[in-house]
Design a protein around this ligand. Structure first.
Ligand code: HAM
Length: 414
């Protein structure tokens, strides 16, 4: 027997209602905020990610699903932001509609060690606003993440926020860290000792206990920000206050991808352990559009991990097809009539199905119950003779004879 690849999941029919509910709510909320959907491909040239996420990032170093084809190397997308910036530029949106609010829902792929809440194929509900560095865009974007979580009925989360500043400020932060970690190297984990020389910011992202202890004691706080970036950060926080969004400033928050500048944020849940890190995260990437060959323009976005949302949502899955009309036929002749009744109902836009397995009446009724059918339409010898059907209302447990020509009206009225 074949098994699914480790770290992937089959989303079965009894789970799909909740997925669809979350997707439906997301689409509604995104359109309330005037975002439009975009669907880039799931594969891109690997070098697009190598360059944009950063050669030293964990994703590029260890987690890319690569497909080699002659001279080309493709990657299953590990995240959406970079593809969307590529699509924005390739389709000339920077010229035709330079300010865009886009959202996406779909699978991402990372070759990680699977565990609870951490998969190799997982799903993002994400969005990107490209074309502005206005701090109120940041505040609105973060408030959108908050709104989504509230609509998913998730409690117990908090929004952590920080500003990395511009590229120059990131360099200052790098210097501060080099200086303050210089004589603590022996207490850092092996990976962080390598990070110290390759990309010291990443040490702040390390989940190792002893590294957390050391970085926690550094007392970092916006010292690296230039006046412009400090002003931007203050305006973002003010915007969040105006929108009454709860947040906590977290000066150690750096995020694991190189493209971020200025605002970064993460949504933590009290019951997610440090290995699973967050329900979602995002931030500004004001240099990425320029780095990929476009104009210099600001951008911000976030992505929520759908599988992690499912761990905490208070939404109850909607009933399956609770308007279903289930047609049960007894005998060969009744079967033919039943098929015509199915066509008639479906032509009228009414969901209908029948018991193709030709079970006993009892078995077929049980099946109707399993489907939570609203009506059962029964066709037997009596009904054939009278050109009628027996219509059972499953919620009222009542039944009556109905002429076939009146059936649509009867089931539509209820
Ligand atoms: P990220 O932090 O890498 O950011 O991923 C966002 C969220 O995806 C995480 O907070 C987590 O909930 C979920 N996630 C990540 N990896 C896994 C996994 N292996 N299994 C299950 N869930 C996972 C980004 O990807 C950025 N593109 C977000 C962004 C958009 N920044 C700006 N715009």
């Amino acid at each position: 027997m074949f098994k699914r690849v480790s770290g992937t999941k089959d989303i079965l029919p009894d789970q799909i209602n909740l997925w669809q509910e979350i997707e439906k709510i997301s689409r509604n909320i995104f359109s309330l905020f005037n975002y439009q959907e975009i669907r880039p491909p799931l594969i891109e040239e690997a070098s697009l990610f190598n360059r944009s996420l950063g050669e030293t990032t964990e994703i590029v170093q260890k987690q890319m699903f690569l497909v080699k084809n002659n001279q080309e190397t493709y990657a299953l997308r590990p995240e959406g932001t970079v593809s969307i910036v590529r699509a924005y530029l390739e389709n000339n949106l920077d010229k035709t509609s330079p300010f865009v609010k886009l959202y996406y829902i779909g699978p991402m792929f990372r070759l990680e060690r699977p565990q609870k809440g951490r998969f190799r194929q997982f799903h993002h509900i994400g969005c990107e606003v490209i074309g502005s560095d206005d701090p109120l865009v940041d505040a609105e974007n973060i408030s959108l993440a908050d709104k989504l979580l509230k609509c998913f009925k998730i409690e117990g989360y908090k929004i952590l926020i920080n500003s990395l500043g511009c590229l120059e400020d990131k360099k200052s932060l790098t210097q501060i860290l080099h200086h303050s970690l210089k004589d603590k190297l022996d207490k850092l984990c092996d990976e962080c000792r390598v990070r110290y020389s390759r990309n010291v910011l990443r040490i702040l992202d390390c989940k190792n206990e002893s590294c957390l202890k050391i970085t926690g004691s550094l007392g970092l706080a916006e010292k690296h920000l230039c006046p412009d970036c400090q002003k931007h950060y203050d305006a973002v926080l003010k915007g969040l206050d105006t929108l009454k969004i709860n947040y906590e400033k977290e000066p150690h928050l750096v995020r694991g991808l190189d493209y971020y500048t200025r605002t970064v944020f993460e949504i933590k849940h009290k019951d997610l352990d440090s290995q699973q890190d967050a329900l979602g995260a995002g931030g500004r990437y004001d240099n990425l559009v320029g780095e990929l060959g476009g104009p210099k323009t600001g951008a911000i976005g976030f992505a929520l991990g759908l599988e992690r949302l499912l761990l905490f949502t208070g939404l109850k899955p909607a009933k399956a097809n609770n308007k279903l009309i289930y047609v049960i036929t007894l005998g060969e002749e009744a079967r033919k009539v039943g098929l015509n009744i199915l066509s008639l109902l479906r032509r009228e836009g009414l969901a209908a199905d029948t018991d193709f397995e030709s079970k006993s009446l009892k078995g077929a009724l049980r099946k109707a119950n399993d489907f939570q059918a609203k009506f059962v339409v029964l066709v037997g010898d009596d009904e054939l003779r009278e050109q009628s059907v027996t219509l059972k209302d499953m919620s009222l447990s009542s039944q009556k004879k109905v002429k076939i020509e009146d059936l649509v009206r009867e089931v539509s009225v209820c």
